[in-house]
Design a protein around this ligand. Structure first.
Ligand code: NCD
Length: 315
């Protein structure tokens, strides 16, 4: 097998993907749904270094490595269960850990952690790819999540362009939202409706990016305004842990909810997405609707991560 152009590269920002590359990732994911196992990671070891909580991202990366014949070392709470807790610097732990495997899958609370890790290793002459598995908040990103999000949109709605996408919840802190919007700008004609309490508005840099890439934005505070017209609704959790002041969270909590009554007003072919975990922002009854795609979306995490691992590490 020839090495892919992503071979040895880190996946840091969703802008690292372009439309052509995404199509190739999606095709490989289709193939992994049919043929889940192979040996492309034979003799490769992948390190899962998670400084923040994770269920889906870590488990799906781990399942993907196992199914591709690789091995892995994992720490689920590096803040407590690594020398980081004793005060070791991030740079030192990355430098040391990189020696134990062929790539690092990293989750961290700093927006730039994955980039810092890659650049620091490269400055030492160490060429080990870093996968950003969700780093940061306000300027953070989660590129593998945006890969599986756009794969879900592509396969469920049938196109990735000229879409009306409603994003609800917490665009200020949501790294999955930022990565999703960056990819929306890679396709023509997409319109993004942001619905959130005013305090949780998306950063101005995202609006500027949108304008540069032909994305149309509208902003509002009421899901009812757009619900009947959208092709995709992407709901998110209000991220309590990222508020500096707990009173501010109390003011906005529960303010953006997709109720069953609202969900029933959606178009038949539209889909309801969520990166998960859902706290209380979607009524449980919504799960029964055919438009509820969030569990199928989450299932797509394994084949998409297999496609990425294969391209980056497969010989
Ligand atoms: C998200 C994250 O960690 O950014 N979860 C995920 O990886 N699917 C979203 C969240 O925590 O709300």
């Amino acid at each position: 097998m020839a090495k892919h152009r992503l071979y040895g590269q880190s996946i840091i920002w969703s802008q690292d993907f372009d439309a052509e590359l995404l199509e190739e990732i999606f095709d490989r994911a289709d193939n992994y749904k049919k043929y889940p196992r192979n040996e492309v990671l034979k003799e490769k070891r992948v390190i899962m270094l998670f400084h923040e909580e994770s269920t889906r991202t870590r488990f799906s990366f781990e399942a993907a490595v196992d199914d591709l014949g690789g091995t892995r070392i994992s720490t689920e709470d590096a803040k407590r269960f690594s020398s980081f807790a004793k005060g070791e610097s991030f740079e030192h732990s990355i430098r040391v850990i990189s020696n134990y495997g062929d790539a690092i899958v990293l989750r961290h609370s700093d927006d730039d952690a994955a980039m810092v890790a890659r650049d620091m290793l490269q400055s030492e002459g160490i060429w080990k790819p870093i996968f950003n598995a969700g780093c940061g908040g306000q300027k953070g990103q989660h590129p593998s999540q945006s890969g599986l999000d756009w794969y879900t949109i592509s396969r469920e709605v049938g196109r990735t362009h000229d879409l009306n996408i409603l994003i609800g919840g917490d665009p200020k802190h949501g790294r999955t939202i930022r990565s999703l919007i960056y990819l929306a700008g890679k396709y023509p004609g997409n319109r993004i409706h942001l619905v959130n309490p005013l305090e949780l508005s998306v950063g101005r840099d995202m609006l500027a990016y949108g304008h540069r890439h032909g994305l149309e934005f509208t902003q509002g505070t009421d899901l009812r305004e757009y619900i009947a017209d959208v092709d995709v609704i992407y709901m998110t959790r209000i991220q309590k842990e990222r508020f500096e002041n707990p009173d501010e969270y109390e003011r906005v909590k529960g303010s953006c909810r997709l109720t069953i009554e609202l969900a029933q007003r959606m178009k038949p072919g539209a889909i309801i997405m969520h990166p998960l975990p859902i706290v209380d922002e979607i009524d449980t009854e919504v799960e029964r609707l055919p438009q509820a795609a969030y569990f199928r979306q989450s299932d797509n995490g394994v084949p998409i991560r297999k496609a990425l691992l294969e391209m980056v590490l497969g010989e």
